[in-house]
Design a protein around this ligand. Structure first.
Ligand code: ZN
Length: 493
């Protein structure tokens, strides 16, 4: 019997706007597709948050015993500036600016992307296909859409006919946009465009002579439209219909809307049962943006080399901070928030590291099975990691109480407690058990430990004035000493 047979997951489905009971198409198997990065610059921290949310979801589904095929693509064919159908290809532009081959740009930033994800302890997806590796599939898909009457060719480029599609299908159902409103809110074509209507989008673009990334096709030497690759690759690896499609909120329209339209136009089926969207990451209450300078990249956050944060943060602390909000909430990255998360993170690690030293009793003072169930219930409720973390903190408190003799646990319960807290903390939240020492706060620990030793000596010599002075003056600078059965520990407030 697999765990998933005992756990019922509910997922907030962006398509219906409701939390729905999750039922995979094939029992025990899950197909999940997440739109990957465009590799023309260093990965954005907001994207890291999105991929981290799906990494946690992937980890939980695997933990439940599902066989998950997780596909996350690499967009290396480039797409056009402004995600529109005009302008210069982003990868070509970067290559021109840096005077290198487009594939050098792709290689450099793919390596950067993987390095950052490794630093944050991501699991690799099952398949990481590239757009350039699937040009043939994309050309075949365009042919089918043309044959079905939903695309047209003009001057070597092929466009998806949104107006015609909308007559027999519903364009805009994911983003809850009506075509009439879109028409009303879009500027009319300026006569330069080959498109019939401004809402139509490119499936194939004829390459200008200076465009380096180009492939032969029945229509022209050119390159595929950006929306197409995800349809081609998700269909190839997950089938015409699959379970979960994820991505950042900013991809809902037009990208995911266009994916649905392409699938329905080519295959006649809506591709995805559960659409999931991770929300935005803000910096100090404002949208991150390169133009306003309100932005920090993952490297700068990890090294502390930036103007927003007081110090460097360990990757697991950042991961913990991100997991303390639901993937569906806007998350505000602040120094205050990270400091609070860091404190909580070490509190949790300290408790976990105490587990091995706990002594079992003949009765438990808390209901461990109920606590364990609450952890699963939190994750089953649309992967509610902040609630899960609240339960992990409850366990940390309990561990400390057992350690101090204020609570007790049976050996059987202790085993369940240790197994469950380790599983959720490390396997599912993907945190790593770094101690304060490894994270660079060891110097402070060393100094405080020395003062604790001096205080013990003072007490042994009955010099209570000195021992109190050490305790009180440490408290004044925010370091709290705590006397317990196993000696004195400290916490930083
Ligand atoms: Zn995509």
């Amino acid at each position: 019997m697999q765990l998933y047979q005992q756990q019922q997951i509910k997922i907030h489905n962006s398509l219906t706007g409701k939390k729905e009971i999750f039922k995979p198409i094939n029992e025990g198997h899950i197909g999940m597709y997440v739109c990957g990065p465009t590799v023309y610059s260093n990965v954005h921290l907001g994207n890291v948050r999105t991929f981290m949310s799906f990494d946690m979801i992937f980890r939980y589904l695997k933990h439940l015993g599902y066989k998950v095929r997780y596909v996350r693509n690499i967009t290396d064919a480039g797409h056009l500036e402004n995600d529109a159908d005009t302008g210069e290809d982003k990868i070509t532009k970067k290559a021109r600016l840096e005077q290198i081959e487009p594939m050098e740009v792709v290689q450099r930033y793919t390596v950067d992307f993987h390095n950052i994800l490794n630093t944050f302890n991501f699991l690799p997806p099952s398949i990481e296909p590239t757009a350039t590796g699937h040009i043939i599939e994309q050309i075949e898909l365009i042919k089918t859409i043309i044959d079905n009457g939903f695309a047209y060719e003009v001057n070597g480029s092929v466009y998806f006919d949104v107006h015609k599609f909308n007559k027999s299908h519903e364009y805009g159902k994911l983003s809850k946009r009506k075509l009439d409103d879109l028409i009303h809110n879009t500027r009319a074509l300026d006569g330069q465009s080959d498109k019939k209507n401004p809402q139509d989008f490119a499936l194939w673009k004829k390459a200008e002579p200076q465009h380096i990334m180009r492939w032969p096709s029945p229509w022209s030497d050119g390159f595929p439209g950006w929306h197409l690759e995800c349809t081609a690759m998700s269909t190839k690896y997950l089938g015409e219909q699959f379970d979960i499609h994820g991505g950042g909120m900013d991809l809902k329209f037009p990208h995911h809307e266009c994916e649905i339209a392409q699938n329905e136009a080519a295959i006649g089926k809506s591709p995805v049962n559960y659409w999931m969207h991770a929300n935005m990451l803000e910096l100090n209450g404002q949208r991150m943006s390169k133009t306003t300078g309100n932005t920090v990249n993952p490297d700068e956050l990890l090294s502390g080399n930036n103007k927003f944060f007081s110090k460097a943060y360990a990757p697991s602390v950042i991961r913990f901070f991100i997991a303390q909000s639901s993937y569906r909430s806007v998350l505000d990255l602040t120094d205050e928030g990270l400091l609070a998360s860091e404190k909580g993170f070490f509190r949790l690690m300290d408790a976990i590291n105490l587990l091995e030293t706990l002594k079992a009793s003949d009765k438990s003072t808390i209901d461990i099975q109920a606590w364990k169930k609450a952890c699963y219930d939190a994750m089953n409720d649309d992967f509610n990691s902040p609630i899960l973390i609240a339960h992990l903190f409850d366990a940390a408190k309990y561990i400390n109480q057992v350690k101090e003799g204020q609570a007790s646990v049976t050996s059987e319960d202790l085993k369940v407690l240790a197994e469950t807290i380790n599983t959720f903390t490390f396997d599912i939240l993907g945190l790593e058990n770094v101690t304060k020492k490894e994270s660079g706060t060891d110097k402070l620990s060393g100094a405080v430990d020395l003062l604790i030793k001096l205080r013990q000596e003072a007490r042994a010599n009955k010099d209570f004035a000195l021992s109190d002075k050490i305790r009180d003056e440490l408290a004044e600078v925010g370091i709290q000493l705590k006397d317990g059965k196993e000696g004195t520990t400290f916490s930083v407030n």
